[in-house]
Structures are given as structure tokens and as C-alpha cells.
Design a protein around this ligand. Structure first.
Ligand code: GTP
Ligand code: MG
Length: 195
């Protein structure tokens, strides 16, 4: 995939604010701090178009980035961040649910899990929810630069096992630092846009 142009388009908390130009969309979900915004930047080869932070809870709205004037990458607020108030968490949950359940332009969902750890209950719930919605799913194990090469296969099998990964869903290991598997990731996006 050749990224000719990438631009921030809009932030939305409700349907009336979603883009209206009817381009296909690929969304990213995952726990706070797992590396969603970083993955977007890596994918489009920009340092900080999607705002990242070492503090969890950075992304608080659905952020739409228009790529090549053809499709959107949608950065979704992270779940599972304990310091977010109960009320805010519920609002985030409803915002994400509304988007994932109603958006016809949505062509695929990347679910990011931390490659260093066993998936959490929230990760498992998100994976099952995406199956229920019948979305094309790519599981991405992030921050893979932080584990020893010799431990990568073990980490992959732990993730596959705890998610109960289906044969039809791919899992990619990824690092925004080393840009590991970038071509595969872009390839998956391209395939979804053509489906
Ligand atoms: P929220 O917006 O809070 O949901 O977080 P997020 O999932 O968007 O995470 P973000 O991309 O902001 O990254 C969180 C932190 O992890 C930042 O300090 C990043 O630099 C770091 N990080 C992200 N991806 C990687 C990676 O592949 N390797 C390493 N070593 N650090 C990473
Ligand atoms: Mg973010």
C-alpha cells in the first residue's frame, strides 16, 4: 500500500458527527495504552498524526483519519483503564458499541492485545463481541520489540489459546518501534477495502 496522503478528518462521540463521504473504514480497538494510536502512525508513516501518550486514556473520542482520500482509519478509545470514572467508562462503552454495531462503512476491526501478556477478560470480551457482530477481525499483538525473540512463539500461542482464536482470523505480531510486519498489516487493510 502506498500512502500518498493522510489527514485528520474528525473526532466524533455520536453518529451525527461521523464522516458523511461514505468511504470504507477500518477501526482499531484495544485496551488503553496497548498502542492503537502508535499503530496508526506507523501504518501511515507519520510521527504523531494520531496523538499518542505514555499515559493511558489519551484517545477519548472516535478519531477518523482519511487516507489517500479513499478510506478511514478509526482510532477508538481504549478500554480497561481503571482511572477512568465509572460514568466515563459507560459513555465510552456506549460510544464504541453504537459505532461498531451501526456503522455500515466499517469493513474490518483490528483488535490489539499487548504481546507481552496474556489477554485480559476485556480483550476476550472484545474478540467475542466482534465475532458476534460478524466483523472481519485481525488480532495484533503489540509491543513485540519488548519481548525476547525466543519468547515470541510462546507469546503467540498464549494469545491464541486464551482468545480461542478461530482459524479464519489472522494474528500478527507487531512493533511500532521496529515496524515489524508492516507490509502484512497494510495488506490486511487493503484486502478489507477490496472485499
Ligand atoms: P489510548 O489512547 O490511551 O487508548 O492508548 P493507545 O492504545 O492509543 O496507545 P498509544 O499508541 O498512545 O501508546 C501508548 C504507549 O505505548 C506510548 O508510550 C507508546 O510510545 C508506547 N508504544 C506503542 N506501541 C509500541 C511498540 O510497538 N513498542 C514499544 N516499545 N512501545 C510502544
Ligand atoms: Mg490512543
Amino acid at each position: 500500500m502506498i500512502i500518498k496522503k493522510s489527514e485528520y478528518a474528525v473526532s466524533a462521540v455520536k453518529e451525527s458527527q461521523y464522516p458523511k463521504d461514505n468511504f470504507p473504514e477500518i477501526a482499531l480497538a484495544g485496551r488503553s495504552n496497548v498502542g492503537k494510536s502508535s499503530l496508526i502512525n506507523t501504518l501511515i508513516n507519520r510521527k504523531n498524526l494520531a496523538r499518542t501518550s505514555s499515559q493511558p486514556g489519551k484517545t477519548q473520542t472516535l478519531n477518523f483519519y482519511r487516507i489517500n482520500g479513499e478510506f478511514y482509519l478509526v482510532d477508538v478509545p481504549g478500554y480497561g483503564y481503571a482511572k477512568v470514572s465509572q460514568k466515563k467508562r459507560q459513555e465510552f462503552g456506549e460510544m464504541i458499541q453504537d459505532y461498531l454495531e451501526t456503522r455500515e462503512n466499517l469493513k474490518g476491526l483490528m483488535i490489539l492485545v499487548d504481546g507481552r501478556h496474556e489477554p485480559t477478560q476485556d480483550d476476550i470480551a472484545m474478540y467475542q463481541y466482534a465475532q458476534y457482530l460478524d466483523l472481519p477481525i485481525l488480532v495484533v499483538a503489540t509491543k513485540i520489540d519488548k519481548i525476547k525473540k525466543s519468547q515470541v512463539n510462546k507469546a503467540i500461542s498464549v494469545i491464541k489459546k486464551s482468545l480461542g482464536l478461530r482459524d479464519k482470523d489472522q494474528l500478527l505480531t507487531f512493533s511500532s518501534v521496529q515496524k515489524f510486519h508492516l507490509a502484512e498489516l497494510q495488506g490486511w487493510v487493503e484486502d478489507r477495502l477490496e472485499d
